[in-house]
Design a protein around this ligand. Structure first.
Ligand code: GLU
Length: 414
């Protein structure tokens, strides 16, 4: 197990337990939801460009399918391990529950650093993985999608391989595909669009003027870059962005269109013109809204007391530990939890799946307005639970999700 990921599943369990206690749920509910139903570990070979064969390890964790087929992304990262996919699949169940999607939760990945491989090698690795997990994947069984370091192109390779193995063309088996091939308009933007709209909704409740708001974004992949774009549209200034190469700063706001272009070419933000490199971690910077959009466990008991933002909006999955949550709550900082904040990705994955099953295409505006409605309705309900029970927003979000899943549990039985 990778050391950095020790305890991720314990974190997920603690979050579920907190909410079950507040709801006075039957102990059976926690018992059902605290452990994934099935975890597959696969080992497979892929041909490298020099003709040699290399062995890789991948996983697919299927947490719970009470509300429908398993659903969740696939990541390529050196830290991918059993504990991580188990925790991430658990969060997917609750994420789908929060916005009422007819899905359960899953997650998978391959332990590798994609920067170490050529495009051809990545295609062969992706295909071998898709073949290895194909017995437990399907349009009405388990539906993968992009996550950290994966994208639409990779989903098409995997879908193509799955089709060869099964002999049946079912495009809804993978979501997050390119629009040219059974993808949905507004899917690429969906997670960042949702993350920004949840921060906007919270800012409104808290009387924070977005026109003069200072923003910090950790991570500038798909989620971070689209979150930045939509916050700039609201008039906010992105004063700091951090990625794996460091943190850059501009008091007057970074030019996000130019930074997005720069990042595409250089695959990092380091050296971006009109910015100053800074040593300080973005987590503790003087900003109004902080968006952790990178990886897990970024806000911990060691730095939480120094967070200056009024809102922390989690674009990443699991960026805040439970100890940090307590400190932030005591300091009056509103944390919009991952399972709500970044639920836009899976919400539009669901819309893609519906379009695939019906062989229809919806317009960009139709998809985005449907996404807005689903997420803003969930936000309002959660804000009310938060005030009614005097709990933090994460607990309120779990409570909403658990309420729904428990109803299904009661109806279906174990
Ligand atoms: N990887 C995204 C997430 O963590 C999207 C999952 C999906 O679309 O199934 O929510």
């Amino acid at each position: 197990m990778n050391k950095n990921n020790l305890g991720l599943l314990d974190i997920a369990r603690k979050q579920i337990k907190n909410a079950c206690e507040k709801l006075n749920s039957d102990s059976m509910v926690y018992e059902v939801l605290s452990t994934p139903n099935r975890v597959l570990e696969v080992s497979f070979l892929a041909k490298m460009d020099d003709g040699s064969l290399k062995r890789f390890t991948g996983y697919r964790s299927q947490h719970n399918d009470l509300c429908g087929p398993y659903k969740g992304g696939l990541r390529f990262h050196p830290a991918v391990c059993m504990d991580e996919v188990k925790a991430l699949s658990t969060w997917m169940t609750f994420k789908c529950g929060v916005v009422g999607l007819p899905y359960g939760g899953s997650k998978g990945g391959i332990t590798l650093d994609p920067r170490d491989y050529s495009k051809g090698e990545l295609e062969r690795i992706s295909r071998a993985y898709a073949k290895a997990i194909s017995p437990i994947v399907g349009e009405d069984l388990d539906i993968p999608a992009p996550d950290v370091n994966t994208n639409g192109e990779i989903m098409v390779w995997m879908l193509d391989e799955h089709t060869k193995v099964t002999g049946k063309f079912a495009p809804g088996t993978y979501t997050g595909k390119p629009v040219e091939f059974y993808g949905s308009l507004a899917r690429t933007e969906a997670t960042g669009y949702g993350v920004s709209s949840m921060a906007i909704a919270a800012a409104k409740k808290m009387n924070i003027d977005l026109n003069s708001a200072r923003i910090g974004i950790q991570g500038f992949g798909n989620v971070g870059s689209f979150t930045a774009k939509y916050m700039v549209e609201k008039g906010s200034k992105i004063v700091a962005v951090q990625d794996h190469t460091g943190c850059i700063y501009n008091e007057n706001g970074l030019d996000i269109d130019e930074l997005t272009e720069y990042n595409k070419v250089n695959r990092c933000i380091k050296g971006f013109p009109n910015s100053t490199p800074v040593d300080e971690s973005i987590i503790t910077m003087d900003v109004d809204i902080l968006f952790p959009c990178a990886l897990e466990k970024q806000i911990t008991k060691d730095n939480a007391a120094y967070v200056k933002a009024k809102i922390v909006c989690e674009g990443a999955n699991g960026p805040t530990t439970p100890e940090a949550d307590e400190i932030l709550y005591k300091n009056g900082i509103v944390v919009i939890p991952d399972i709500l904040a970044n639920s836009g990705g899976v919400t539009v994955s669901y819309f893609e799946w519906v379009q695939n099953l019906q062989r229809v295409t919806w317009s960009f505006e139709e998809v985005q307005s449907k996404q807005s409605k689903v997420m803003n309705d969930a936000f309002e309900e959660i804000w009310n639970i938060m005030n009614e029970y005097t709990v933090d927003m994460r607990t309120a979000t779990y409570m909403k999700s658990i309420k729904r899943i428990s109803q299904v549990l009661e109806l279906r039985g174990i």
